[in-house]
Design a protein around this ligand. Structure first.
Ligand code: COA
Length: 228
């Protein structure tokens, strides 16, 4: 297997570090559970986030074309807070926000590419924002290539990030905020077991139109005991 090697090391319960090297290790710290789950191996050893069908790993310049294919599309960007990306914007992101491979404090975000293990194709990317250290709050985001839609990849990848947020980072609550018209996104949030907490009517002037925001959330205890 080729690509970036990443090691996830738990630093207490408030720090995650992912190291990137030349060669990928088979010694993963996170393993898929039947269904979507990605839980830590308990070893605290080196590894990447591996789910049943995906490998979550840092984005690199080798992903530029694949990123452009979906992040460059008007329809994909309809309800996200950025415009269709050019190769230049992607290069800038790769050198800045997406170069972050560790979460060490609030205000940071970890973006990981979701690679289909069987084919090596980049299906999309997911992000975990660490919003508050004091309140142990985070926020989830996901953007996927429509070519890979309808196969559960976004839910599977987001599920793994929730595992990271709760099991490794020790977060208490993770939210997802989305435009009410973005039904596909709301379905992902619901499939993750997130509760609809708020509907903020026309609260934001978004891309020239008033946007009604839906706020979803899941607590650590709900993550531990789904359906309770
Ligand atoms: C939001 C977004 C990621 C959702 O993509 P998606 O393909 O609908 O979501 P998933 O990959 O989780 O696939 C779920 C679908 O696959 C189906 N599916 C098929 N095989 C599956 C499997 N093995 N496991 C789970 N679901 C499976 C599910 O039933 C579901 O279908 P449904 O929507 O008809 O009920 C995508 O629309 C997107 O990237 N949009 C643009 C960016 C965006 O708006 N992001 C969110 C910002 S808030």
């Amino acid at each position: 297997m080729t690509g970036a090697e990443t090691e996830a090391t738990r630093q207490g319960c408030d720090k995650i570090r992912l190291y990137t090297n030349e060669v990928m290790t088979e010694n993963f710290a996170y393993y898929a559970q039947p269904g979507y789950g990605a839980r830590t191996s308990g070893s605290g050893g080196p590894g990447m986030i591996k789910t049943e069908r995906l490998l979550l790993r840092p984005l690199t310049s080798a992903d530029t074309e694949a990123l452009l294919e979906y992040r460059g599309r008007e329809d994909v960007c309809r309800y996200v807070p950025f415009e269709p990306m050019t190769a230049e914007v992607i290069a800038h992101r790769l050198a800045t926000q997406w170069a972050t491979t560790e979460l060490t404090d609030e205000g940071q975000a970890l973006t990981l590419g979701a690679e289909i293990t069987a084919t090596g194709e980049l299906a999309g990317d997911v992000v975990l924002f660490w919003r508050s250290r004091e309140h142990r709050g985070g926020e989830l985001g996901y953007v996927f290539n429509p070519r890979f839609a309808g196969q559960g990849y976004a839910t599977e990848a987001a599920w793994a990030l929730l595992a990271l947020a709760f099991d490794e980072l020790g977060l208490h609550r993770v939210i997802a905020r989305l435009d009410e018209r973005n039904e596909a996104s709301a379905k992902v949030a619901r499939r993750l077991g997130m509760r609809l907490e708020a509907r903020l009517v026309s609260n934001e002037l978004f891309k020239g139109e008033w946007s009604t925001e839906l706020d979803f959330a899941i607590l650590h205890e709900e993550w531990l005991s789904p359906g309770s």
